[in-house]
Design a binder for this molecule. Structure first.
Ligand SMILES: [Zn+2]
Length: 61
């Protein structure tokens, strides 16, 4: 995936996760609901991908 696409996917996943938490009492209490779990998992996966890319880029000379 292209660098920009990874960042956009990360931002979209972040927004989806934040929006869901804002409207979901269970997820606000750290007890992710069935609907929220895949949304939060997606956000964490995208975040990990992006963080890894930044880390890899810093290793470049
Ligand atoms: Zn939820």
């Amino acid at each position: 995936m292209a660098r920009e696409s990874e960042f956009i996917a990360y931002m979209e996943a972040f927004e989806a996760s934040t929006t869901h938490v804002g409207a979901c009492t269970a997820c606000q209490n750290d007890q992710p609901c069935t609907a929220g779990q895949p949304i939060h998992a997606e956000f964490i996966a995208r975040q990990n991908t992006w963080t890894k890319r930044l880390r890899d880029e810093r290793k470049q000379p």
